[in-house]
Write a new protein. Structure first.
Length: 141
């Protein structure tokens, strides 16, 4: 598996490369939204209080599971850009061991996409809450 600056998955590295070809933030924003639209829908039965992420302005659910010692999670949101951010986080984390997840500097990785500079304060707080949920899941695994 190819590694980036902070344990990024090969799939995340591909996203970084895609972003390098997108000239302006509006194109990047649309690309994030398209990533969310391309995700499989989360089973509505998994949209329960236990999977709900607090701290997000929109409704967000993250469902994580371990498969062969590796973390895999899916998610859903009622906001298109947040669904896209879930898709980006899936690219960043899915397929890593819990120990690898805890080593990822998610803020630095998101910075490689320019996300830190272009999200509203509410979206940044929500993204931080989602990252914290993934890290808590990894720490408990």
């Amino acid at each position: 598996m190819q590694r980036g600056t902070d344990m990024a998955t090969a799939a995340f590295e591909e996203l970084v490369e895609d972003f390098e070809f997108l000239e302006d933030w509006e194109d990047r924003y649309r690309h994030v939204i398209e990533q969310g639209k391309a995700m499989d829908a989360l089973d509505p039965a998994l949209c329960v209080p236990a999977t709900k992420v607090d701290g997000c302005a929109s409704q967000v659910w993250l469902h994580a599971e371990m498969k062969n010692g590796k973390l895999h999670f899916d998610g859903a949101s009622d906001a298109m850009i947040v669904s896209g951010l879930i898709a980006v986080l899936r690219l960043l984390y899915n397929g890593l061991t819990p120990a690898e997840v805890l080593k990822v500097d998610a803020r630095a990785e998101m910075g490689r996409l320019g996300l830190n500079d272009h999200l509203s304060a509410q979206r940044s707080n929500g993204l931080r809450a989602m990252i914290e949920r993934v890290q808590q899941t990894a720490a408990q695994a």
